[in-house]
Ligand binder design. Structure first.
Ligand code: SAM
Length: 185
């Protein structure tokens, strides 16, 4: 990954100095491009970037989630942990997955010492979330479609999904509050 990134950078630096009729350069270009393809694929598949949910929307989402003490709440891409903190304050066992290392460390720092919050480094698509009482998320539209086709199908009856802004393409929301949208399985 690091090697590929360095090669990509080198290619970008060399490109302006090389003539397009230069055969060795073209061969090098194709080789480097092939090596860079996994990086390009990763960039194309990238998940939502870290954009924190505003405080007002956090409150709206908590209202929709109607969390009861002991509920298991997952945040899919927990960012700095603000939704986990809000859920834990309602008595939930709050679990967040985060794939970006700096953001994960920030969430660990912000939730340090809170026994009912677990911040985990990892890809939530690869986790078993079937014990969720509540899922909160702030994803992208195309990720909501994947969510509907995968995680949603494995949720237990009565599980609540509260999404910031983005809706499930084929399921009617149960309620809306500000930018929060609630679905009940
Ligand atoms: C839009 S932010 C939302 C952060 C937080 N949930 C909030 O509402 O404030 C989305 C977060 O999901 C993380 N993320 C994206 N794809 C992920 C994945 N597959 N597994 C874990 N985290 C992911 C990003 O790094 C980012 O921090």
């Amino acid at each position: 990954m690091v090697l590929e990134a360095v090669l990509l950078l080198a290619l970008l630096m060399v490109l302006p100095f090389a003539g397009l009729t230069n055969i060795p350069f073209l061969v090098l270009y194709v080789v480097v491009l092939a090596l860079c393809l996994p990086v390009i694929r990763l960039i194309m598949q990238a998940g939502p970037p870290f954009v924190p949910t505003p405080k007002k929307t956090v409150q709206d989402m908590m209202k929709l989630a109607a969390i009861k003490p002991g509920d298991i709440v997952y945040d899919l891409g927990c960012g700095d942990g603000r939704l986990l903190i809000a859920a834990a304050e309602k008595g939930a066992v709050a679990i967040g997955y985060e794939l970006s290392m700096p953001t994960y460390l920030l969430a660990r720092f912000r939730t340090f010492g809170r026994t009912n919050i677990s911040v985990r480094y990892g890809d939530f698509w690869k986790k078993d979330l079937s014990d969720a009482d509540v899922i909160v998320c702030y994803l992208l539209m195309q990720k909501m479609k994947i969510f509907e086709e995968t995680i949603w199908l494995r949720l237990k009856p009565g599980a609540r999904v509260v999404s910031h802004s983005f809706t499930l393409p084929n399921i009617k929301p149960t309620a809306k509050e500000g930018d929060g949208v609630l679905y009940v399985k």
